[in-house]
Structures are given as structure tokens and as C-alpha cells.
Design a protein around this ligand. Structure first.
Ligand SMILES: *Cc1c(COP(=O)(O)O)cnc(C)c1O
Length: 385
């Protein structure tokens, strides 16, 4: 039995202020279409330092809505990195467009800009980049290729709240961006997402598409129940209960980010002299990570022990996670539909098969990091024997 209480990989920090914010909604009369979503959107945009924010039901919904807005469909192609959460690919696939997977950089897990241009065809309609585990993609080089080909860029920033490139928050480089408030992410609303854009036209369109493409919102209707529908919108709204929690959480995001960064740096210091792995982080001075987790990327001679290590960490009560268990094109659905050519995605596969993530979130304190590092060093030694 481990001599330490279990440390989960992710655990939201819910305070009395959070509870009070949600109770206030329950004690009122407005559960959706209300002021809490607006408050969350405005507070979020001000943290971002620009752009327009629109609450949605999830990051996946935000990505899907943007493709709907672009009118992407059958016969179109969208480029995305081969390593990400399946949501990044499914949001394209659900429109009937074809996902075109591009390998990542081995140093950061983000889309390799050297491989981007050769993936563009006359069917390409958009480029999706992912800020992998909160490490910003090289937005300078990606935007240069995108603008040369006049292609819109969507940023999957699900794990990148607080990440910056050249001092500017990610999500403000491309034409649209999605953030996630799933419980393990930087802040939570239970489930939920935010669509962000520099373009008012895109934000306005997403606002309509997330609510059935009504031609007027509930509050704009002169007669109750009288509206028209302009397009094929969905119900991808966030509720007031979720927005109240999200709005309360975003007000503490500075503390959350500080705790994650301190944990990350402490891990780095304690693991610096260890061999057998390296830690993924920005390699460019332009990048400022959001320290979503500590990505331990095992050396190739250690990679075969990854699942053994996951099991040993589990037995010790230490939460880990894997981002992600397969390169996207190797997932059953994509493999069977499009075939899988392993030669195309060596870096994505190496990260999927040879990395594991340790917790940096604010529920982890300095002593926990020390305990996790001591245990990790012991476990790495044990599996090597
Ligand atoms: C979590 C995650 C998503 C999905 O977010 P939801 O809000 O759960 O839809 C998408 N992309 C990445 C990179 C993620 O980590």
C-alpha cells in the first residue's frame, strides 16, 4: 500500500464563491439565455486581452461550429496535427470533410510547420493547430503559410488557457479558437467551452449557430415564440449554471496558472539530473506554456516500459494520463476509414507510445511534487532492471 494519500491527475478546485455563484442561478428564474453567459464571455475576453468570446457547450462544439460557419463539407479537406484529442479530428469528420493529418514536431508535439505547406491541396479549406498540452504551436510560421494560401486557421486551445506566443494569448492568432472547461482543464464549468475570434463577423455567426440559427435571441423577440430560422444551427449553448461556475473560476485563473507553473518548475528542478526521458516544453523563446501537465517523454530504449510505468504509478496512487493513446489516424475509426501509414507520423506515434503525463494542477502542492518525483525516480529505476 502506498504511504501517501492518492493524488489524482486532475481535480477541480471548487470554492465557496463557486458554490454561491451556482446557487444564485438556482435561486433565480433564468437557467439559460442569461446574464451569466455574458459575464463569463466578457471576463474571459478581458483575460485573453482581445477578441470576442462566445460560450458553447464544449470545445468540441466550438470547433464544429467554426467549420459550420466556414461551410465546410464533403469534398473539402482540413489539415490538423496527427497527435491530439480525438475531438480535433471528429469536429472535421462530422462535417463530411476529410481530415488531413500532419506529423508533429518531436520537441513540442505541435504541428510541424516544415510539413504544413506540402499538405495543402486545392481542396484544403482550413488549418487546425493544437497547442499540445499547453505548449503553443509556432504561430509565426503557421500563420505565414496560412496567409500565403489564404486559408483560415482554427486554434484548438483546449489545454492552453494562459499560453502565449510572443506575449499574445493563443487563440488570437488564427481566425477562430476553441477552449475547454472539462473538469481536468485549467478552469471548469463542469462541461463547457468558449469560441473566441478576432473577427466580429465570425463571433456573431457562431452566436447564431450555437442556438439553432434563430434570427433573434429570446430577449430580442417582440412576441414570445415568434422567430424565424436562417440556417442549420444546433443547440450548443452553455447553461447559466455552467456559466456562473466558469465566470467564478476565470476570476481565479491567475492563481491556477501560477500554481501549475510553480509545480512544473519544481518537477524540472528535481528531475533535471535524471536520465531516460526528457520533458516537453516550448523550445522557442516566443512560447509561454500554460503548464497543463508535465509531459515525460521516455527515451526510445525506455518507451517499451511506458504502460508498465502507468501501472506502477497507479499502484502508488499517483494519477497520470496519456496524451494521447494513439496518433489520430491510428484510431480504429480513422484507420479503418482512411488506412494508416505509420511512416507518415513517426513523431506523433513516438509521443503517443512513449510519453506519460504527471499532474501539475493546483490540487498538487510542493510536497506532492517531491513525493511524485521520488516515486518516479524509483519506478524508472525498477522498470529498467
Ligand atoms: C479536452 C480536449 C478537447 C475536447 O474538449 P471538450 O470541451 O471536452 O469538448 C479538444 N481538444 C483537445 C486538445 C483537448 O485536450
Amino acid at each position: 500500500m502506498p504511504d501517501h494519500s492518492p493524488i489524482p491527475f486532475g481535480q477541480p478546485i471548487i470554492t465557496d464563491a463557486d458554490r454561491q455563484a451556482v446557487m444564485e442561478v438556482l435561486d433565480g428564474t433564468i437557467l439559460t439565455h442569461g446574464p451569466k453567459c455574458q459575464d463569463f464571455e466578457e471576463t474571459f475576453a478581458s483575460f485573453m486581452g482581445g477578441g470576442i468570446s462566445v460560450t458553447t457547450s464544449s470545445c468540441t462544439a466550438s470547433l464544429h461550429l467554426y467549420y459550420l460557419y466556414l461551410g465546410i463539407g464533403a469534398g473539402d479537406e482540413v489539415i490538423l496535427p496527427a497527435i491530439s484529442h480525438v475531438a480535433t479530428a471528429h469536429a472535421i469528420e462530422i462535417t463530411n470533410a476529410k481530415p488531413i493529418f500532419v506529423d508533429c514536431s518531436i520537441d513540442t508535439g505541435t504541428l510541424d510547420p516544415d510539413l504544413l505547406e506540402q499538405a495543402i491541396t486545392d481542396r484544403t479549406k482550413a488549418i487546425c493547430v493544437v497547442h499540445f498540452n499547453g505548449i503553443p504551436a509556432d504561430m509565426t510560421r503557421i500563420m505565414a503559410v496560412a496567409s500565403k494560401h489564404a486559408l483560415p486557421v482554427l486554434e484548438d486551445a483546449a489545454t492552453a488557457l494562459g499560453a502565449r506566443w510572443q506575449g499574445k494569448h493563443v487563440g488570437l492568432f488564427g481566425d477562430g479558437a476553441g477552449f475547454s472547461f472539462y473538469p481536468a482543464k485549467h478552469i471548469t464549468s463542469g462541461e463547457g467551452g468558449m469560441f473566441c475570434s478576432r473577427h466580429k463577423s465570425a463571433a456573431d455567426a457562431i452566436r447564431e449557430l450555437r442556438a439553432f440559427s434563430y434570427d433573434r435571441t429570446l430577449n430580442e423577440r417582440k412576441l414570445p415564440g415568434i422567430y424565424d430560422v436562417k440556417g442549420l444551427g444546433l443547440n450548443y449553448r452553455m447553461s447559466e449554471l455552467q456559466a456562473a461556475l466558469g465566470a467564478s473560476q476565470i476570476r481565479r485563473v491567475g492563481d491556477f496558472l501560477k500554481a501549475r507553473k510553480e509545480n512544473f518548475l519544481h518537477y524540472k528542478e528535481l528531475l533535471e539530473r535524471q536520465v531516460g526521458f526528457r520533458l516537453l516544453e516550448s523550445i522557442s523563446a516566443d512560447g509561454e506554456d500554460s503548464h497543463y501537465c508535465l509531459t515525460v517523454f521516455l527515451d526510445s530504449d525506455m518507451a517499451g516500459h511506458r504502460n508498465d510505468l502507468l501501472e506502477r504509478f497507479k499502484d502508488e496512487g499517483i494519477g497520470t494520463s496519456v496524451h494521447y493513446p494513439h496518433p489520430l489516424p491510428r484510431l480504429k475509426y480513422y484507420r479503418e476509414k482512411y488506412g494508416y501509414d505509420a511512416a507518415l507520423y513517426p513523431c506523433s506515434a513516438a509521443i503517443a507510445d512513449g510519453s506519460l503525463n504527471l499532474p501539475t494542477a493546483p490540487h498538487v502542492d510542493r510536497a506532492d511534487v517531491e513525493y511524485i518525483c521520488q516515486t518516479a525516480i524509483r519506478l524508472f529505476g525498477e522498470v529498467k532492471k
